[in-house]
Write a protein that binds this ligand. Structure first.
Ligand SMILES: *Cc1c(COP(=O)(O)O)cnc(C)c1O
Length: 413
């Protein structure tokens, strides 16, 4: 439990790439009194949220909300569309892609994991954990599948374990080029509301997202965005499902309700988040995260440390993964920064354990909180005895001061 006496004054720096820092507005919305989820006030809230989420996913089709973490919405995507033994093609971009594949196997699907080959100087054991989804490999595999056994292609949009954002439109184009009927499922749990995600324009059939990343909410609710084909496929899908079943939820949603008790207070928070997103505008939100990411990368480059994402076209606007020099345990660095400066950084997951750490630049942040974050990292690196090339904080200050952000604040005369 949170030990209030340990965090004496000042906010803890929660710089992991989700849960992200929650804005005060949203925290206050969470504390409103819980209302009757079958009463008249609730219906207005429910209908507002469902419409607001469509705008964020950039879709005209239904979005489903679950009282579950993102993992639940992963399961929902598969069990609403697949039959036992169905073959699914997944692309291993990192830890989260691997976990989703593991889940598919546990659901009695036949999983095939594509992983780019090649070598990498930092991670010879996982070269593709520094790069994005390779659409040409998916295309090649779909072309071989003349019997159309592959029922779904599953990819992660923003791979949170590495800081690589894949080109989903390219995956769609590769699938279209083969005229293969597989569904396209996309995990944008950490991408949504930070990186551009266009559900309809990219022809995604099922998208998965969660509350605690770009939407800046606490953990606890997650989403599926659907396509008409996904809804059609659902009718013949025989994997067991009850709690996750879209049909009953969509029926109740028509009137703004749920078939069970939804997470009322988290939905208040979602309502506040959607208001914030609507007033800022998606384009501005994407530009803001891209600018933050560029500022953080300028610091990492100044330190002279490698960025986990090896393809500059795919740098994540959400987080930056930083590879520590050989012999420097990234977990020891994270521990030191936590103890000395009250800041949490993202851990190296799976194959990257101990070799890298991640800085989240999402949620309730601004230029100055990011500079403080970088200062904490820079002090930690020095205390660990890492010889940095130059000050990353200075580089980021230079970046932020010479690349002005849009501001709604009144001009000072
Ligand atoms: C956070 C995350 C998940 C897991 O979501 P939970 O809410 O922890 O269940 C899955 N995929 C990606 C890309 C994520 O960022």
């Amino acid at each position: 439990m949170l030990n209030l006496d340990a965090h004496l004054v000042g906010r803890h720096y929660l710089q992991i790439p989700g849960p992200s820092p929650v804005p005060d507005r949203i925290l206050r919305a969470l504390s409103l009194p819980t209302i009757d989820h079958r009463g008249p006030e609730f219906a207005a809230l429910g209908l507002k949220l469902l419409a607001g989420l469509q705008a964020v996913f950039q879709t005209r089709h239904p979005v489903v909300i679950y009282p579950a973490s993102g993992t639940g919405a992963w399961e929902a995507a598969l069990c609403n569309t697949m039959c036992p033994g169905d073959h699914v093609l997944m692309f291993e971009t990192g830890h989260f892609a691997s976990l989703w594949a593991k889940m598919a196997a546990r659901l009695h699907l036949s999983t095939e994991v594509l992983a780019g080959t090649g070598t990498d100087e930092h991670f010879p054991q996982a070269p593709n954990w520094r790069r994005g989804v390779r659409a040409e490999l998916i295309e090649q595999r779909l072309r071989q599948d003349t019997e159309r056994k592959i029922k779904a292609v599953c990819v992660v949009h923003n791979e949170t374990s590495t800081g690589v954002t894949s080109d989903i439109a390219a995956v769609r184009a590769a699938m279209d080029a083969t005229q293969h009927p597989a569904l396209l499922m996309v995990d944008s749990i950490s991408g949504l509301a930070c990186a551009d995600y266009q559900h309809d324009a990219w022809g995604v059939d099922v998208a998965i997202s969660g509350s605690q990343k770009g939407l800046m909410l606490p953990p606890g609710i997650s989403f599926n965005a659907l396509s008409p084909r996904a809804l059609e496929t659902m009718k013949g899908a025989t994997l067991p499902r009850s709690f996750w079943a879209w049909d009953e939820i969509l029926e109740a949603n028509k009137n703004g309700y749920w078939p069970y008790t939804p997470s009322t207070n988290l939905l208040y928070a979602l309502s506040e988040s959607l208001d914030m997103i609507q007033s800022e505008g998606l384009d501005h939100i994407f530009a803001r995260h891209a600018r933050w990411a560029a500022g953080v990368r300028s610091a990492v480059n100044a330190w002279g440390l490698p960025i986990q994402c090896a393809d500059p076209r795919l740098y994540s606007p959400v987080l930056t993964g930083i590879i520590t020099p050989p012999g420097v345990d990234a977990d020891a660095l994270r521990r030191l920064i936590y103890q000395r400066f009250d800041m949490s950084l993202g851990v190296g997951l799976g194959k990257l354990k101990g070799r890298m750490f991640r800085i989240g630049h999402l949620g309730d942040s601004n230029d100055l909180t990011l500079l403080a974050t970088l200062a904490g990292c820079e002090m930690g690196l020095k205390l660990m005895g890492v010889r940095i090339a130059s000050s990353g904080v200075q580089a980021a200050m230079d970046y932020f001061s010479s690349n002005r952000a849009y501001s709604a604040l009144p001009t000072v005369a």
